[in-house]
Ligand binder design. Structure first.
Ligand code: AMP
Ligand code: MG
Length: 404
């Protein structure tokens, strides 16, 4: 073993350092069918108004409000996509169907339920009001209106809107390409029986899932060895095609822990130790190309916690998101949360509703090897370093993963 030469950085400071070195990826033009979940890299300005013309909201008759109470002659029909070529003059009406263009001369639509039909004439109610039952041109969107700002995430409504405006393609931020590697000579592929002293590589699957949830392109590199030359070859090759490298394991100060010296040889290590529990050996480096390398600790919980605290916000920044952090909500602690003297701790909790409140209970032992402390957690509670901790009943802002 050797003592680490890296200064212990505050967790918040380390997170800020990571983001300072993280760029926003450039834009690319994609078909709207491929844009779900992506972040707009342009303001979307409406090229035309919506609706483009006055359309009926109901099935009925297009008439003049001035003809209220009269028996009118039906002179034609306006169906969706098949407008009536004529107009509506005093004493006449045109049958109209939902989505049909309001004919010239008409200023209101009467629902079919509200009229009396007799042959080719229709009697309309006495209380007609101009402007009823049709959508005015431009009522939903004005031409030239800013409908979506750069930075908006494209979901169902946003993509429907783009399509309605006739935009088949949009500019979005490029998706980060991430190379993922587990390291450690003790690791075997899942499904293979571990030999003496061996364990299954579980971090790969946990981190792969976390990366997929973050909607990035992932290339899995498999298991890297605890041998400097081979490891370096794998890392250099991976970074050739990726924007980001995420490794797990090999960042403590054991003689087999090769990631820190390797990243130091390839680029600049900005963070080598963090006042964070779990996750103290977390390492962050940049390469001369500007690419990012995250050396996550090997313990399964440590790797996922440091992913959440450092990697996920960086991936969101690369993707063009404005909000990089999870949302928070005030929750009442249902247990005494003890603090660690010198490290910020993220304790995993389940939430339950009590009236208008959310009450947090611990998921049990928060050991850095116990994935069950993360499985099923609704939220994370940040406990600042210090020896006081937080008593049951205290209200704290919790980072919300999912609400119960
Ligand atoms: P390290 O950071 O390499 O010293 O690893 C710390 C601990 O995490 C050791 O007990 C490793 O066996 C364990 N570990 C490292 N990598 C993985 C992995 N990919 N899956 C599960 N456990 C791991
Ligand atoms: Mg190791």
């Amino acid at each position: 073993m050797r003592a680490s030469t890296y200064p212990l950085v505050d967790a918040e400071e380390a997170a800020a350092l990571v983001l300072d070195h993280t760029p926003v990826l450039p834009k690319e033009r994609v078909a709207i069918g491929d844009a779900v979940g992506r972040v707009l890299a342009q303001d979307l300005i409406a090229p035309a108004e919506l609706p483009a013309f006055a359309t009926s909201a109901v099935d009925g008759f297009a008439v003049r409000a001035a003809d209220a109470g009269a028996m009118l002659r039906v002179v034609g029909e306006s169906a969706a996509g098949r407008p009536f070529a004529g107009g509506v003059k005093p004493g006449t009406a045109a049958r109209i169907l939902t989505g049909g263009v309001l004919p010239d001369g008409a200023d209101t639509v009467v629902m079919v339920e509200d009229v009396r039909l007799a042959g080719e004439s229709v009697t309309v109610p006495r209380d007609l009001r101009s402007g009823n039952n049709f959508h005015r041109p431009g009522a939903d969107v004005k031409a030239g209106e800013l409908v979506l700002r750069a930075g908006a995430q494209l979901g169902a409504a946003e993509l429907g809107l783009a399509a309605a405006l006739g935009l088949a393609e949009v500019d979005v931020h490029r998706r980060p390409r991430v190379a993922l590697m587990s390291t450690g000579d003790e690791l075997v592929e899942v499904g293979r029986k571990p030999g003496p002293g061996q364990i299954t590589d579980s971090n790969r699957w946990a981190l792969l899932a976390a990366l997929r949830e973050a909607a990035v392109d992932v290339r899995v590199l498999g298991i890297g060895p605890d041998e400097a030359t081979a490891l370096r070859r794998l890392v250099v090759e991976a970074l050739d095609a990726a924007d980001v490298l995420v490794t797990s394991g090999g960042v403590s100060v054991g003689t087999h822990d090769l990631i820190k010296p390797l990243l130091e040889a390839l680029g600049t290590v900005h963070v080598g130790r963090v006042k964070l529990k779990p996750g103290k050996p977390f390492t962050f480096a940049t390469l001369p190309s500007g690419k990012l390398a995250f050396g996550l600790p090997g313990f399964p919980v440590s790797s996922l916690v440091t992913f959440e605290v450092f990697v996920r916000p960086a991936l969101r920044k690369l993707q063009g998101f404005e909000r990089l952090q999870r949302p928070t909500l005030p929750v009442r602690l249902g247990y005494d949360a003890r603090a660690t003297a010198d490290r910020t701790e993220y304790q995993r909790v389940t939430l339950r509703r009590e009236g208008a409140e959310l009450v947090a209970e611990t998921t049990g032992s928060q050991s850095s090897s116990r994935l069950l402390s993360l499985a099923g957690a609704h939220a994370w509670v940040r406990i600042a370093a210090g020896d006081e901790g937080l008593k049951a009943g205290t209200i704290v802002e919790a980072m919300i993963l999912v609400l119960p």
